[in-house]
Design a protein. Structure first.
Length: 202
């Protein structure tokens, strides 16, 4: 068992889930720092689909630097006017930004006592923010650790309906090099989470 900052213990499996949510959130929140790239190079994998993604990401990251990673991130998510991809639930679910999925998320955030950081200006339904929220719910970063039923409800409402599609798009995006294996890892991870939540009693 591992303790969170709030001294409430969670299982090692849940800590690993939270760590992966946080890691993917860091990669998707902004251009990777030198430290994050260095950490990425040290990733190890196995023969599973997720492990293959980690090995591919480590290999690709070893040929990157901060400048090339930043350039790729900007082409994918920033661009001139807009990037190649728009990583927002509202866009994937309605075709427009700042729509009903964002309003529903904000309502649920109030109930969960989650508030946007003052230095974050992206809409909260950004994939990175949603992954940070999932990690925080698992570990108790915002309040008490959320039970599996509550995690499942949040995931099914705000992540499950669109994130796998987004990660598939990221995996195949024209500008994806470093982010192609990030897309593969995210796609596989979402599938694992969906299957695990299906087993949670209603």
């Amino acid at each position: 068992m591992l303790a969170t900052a709030s001294n409430i213990k969670i299982t090692e499996e849940d800590q690993l889930r939270a760590d992966l949510y946080d890691y993917l959130a860091a990669l998707l929140a902004g251009p990777p720092s030198k430290a994050l790239l260095k950490k990425t190079i040290t990733l190890k994998g196995d023969d599973s689909d997720l492990g293959a993604g980690f090995k591919a990401l480590s290999r690709v990251a070893s040929a990157q630097n901060e400048k090339s990673a930043s350039s790729e991130f900007n082409a994918l998510f920033i661009g001139i006017g807009r990037g190649e991809l728009l990583p927002y639930a509202s866009f994937y679910l309605t075709g427009f930004l700042n729509e009903k999925p964002l309003a529903a998320l904000r309502k649920d955030m109030v109930g969960l006592r989650i508030s946007r950081a003052p230095n974050v200006f992206e809409p909260e339904d950004n994939i990175a923010s949603l992954f940070e929220m999932m990690a925080g719910m698992i570990t108790g970063r915002f309040n008490e650790p959320a039970g599996l039923d509550q995690q499942k409800e949040f995931f099914n409402r705000h992540i499950g309906p669109w994130a796998e599609h987004f990660f598939s798009d990221l995996e195949g995006a024209k500008n994806s090099v470093l982010y192609a294996p990030v897309g593969a890892i995210g796609r596989v991870f979402i599938g694992i989470e969906q299957e695990a939540f299906r087993m949670v009693a209603k």
